[in-house]
Design a protein around this ligand. Sequence first.
Ligand code: KE4
Length: 397
Amino acid sequence: MNSPVRAMKSVGLEAPLFAASGEGAYLVDADGRRYVDWVMSWGPLLFGHADPETVEAVVAAARRGTSFGASTEAEVELAEKIADAVPSIESVRLVSSGTEAAMSAIRLARAATGRDRILKFTGCYHGHADALLAEAGSGLATLGIPSTPGVSSAVTADTLVAPYNDLAAVEAGADESLAAVLVEPVAGNMGVVPPEPGFLEGLRAVCDRVGALLVFDEVITGFRVARGGAQERFAVLPDLTILGKILGGGLPVGAFGGRRDVMERLAPAGDVYQAGTLSGNPLATAAGLSVLRRLRDPAVYAELERRGARLEAGLREAGATVQRVGAMLTVFQREGAVRNLVDARASDTDRYAAVFRALLERGVYVAPSQYEAMFLSLAHGDEEIDRTVEAFAAAST
Ligand code: KE4
């Protein structure tokens, strides 16, 4: 169990699912059972499991060597494709996970502004770097308190936490001591919670007013809700963007990038230290290139939107509360809109667990937690969508 989200105790199962293989939209477990998979490795697999082009690219790269610890042309090409796709990125650095990208982006923002405090939102997850494992104290924008043992209060003392979609709380907490505002532009870690109209624009304005950097964590939304991510879909440009998941096509990749004047502060050009043995790894870079080369085809996002809409309509017809942005969606076991973590936590998690188990019995595998997303891919066709809707309808009676 190398990551806690894979555990299934919270949905009433003693033993977790053990994956044996994947193919397109399907996962096969160690007992040979086959499921329509909506977890999809938590987001990276936009072209489905064992995507032939990705596998071929990785195999070919491996034959040339698995790692060099030196720059390669492929990394430059991948950086160019990222900059071409993501509107605000002028310069980018590759790392090996979303956590590493977020941790590095925060360090860079603090160096670039000469300030220490950062503001994040309850219900948003940015990986497990200490400073970002902070939850709200009481009240609105409050000084973060450690959300797990092992994180010192000294480390979270510079982390402010505000409720998602609450611009007034941000306005109240923001001042010239703020280095950065860090946000999932579409929240995916409390279930899918879209930004309310004006929220992202408001964060941009607050950051401009106090001189803080706006940092979009697009580890989930990047290349998913649009080719240029949420910043393209909602037309709000951050100063730094964090990427991962789809960028690596299932291989370990993270990235952070943005304004050139900020990124130039990074060693070796600048004085902000950041490093990684496997950063820009040839296998991960080959996988990323095989994915990004295909995203320029506008049919990709038209199809993701069509299929997402079909799934959402079917689930709503089955009586579900659905929140969706593009190819990421969540069925909330509660009535009414979910606009922040308090709303999300009002969901009936016992009912979620019962539906999860009933779906699993029907060969449909969704996240073993109410607070995650369903990750639609181009491998989920109408057949998989309709079968999932039927299973939801049967499981929800
Ligand atoms: P990784 O370090 O897990 O590559 O990325 C951290 C991260 C950063 N930002 C966002 C918005 C993320 O969603 C994540 C990781 N997502 C979780 C699932 N929601 C990863 C699953 C896991 O931890 O096993």
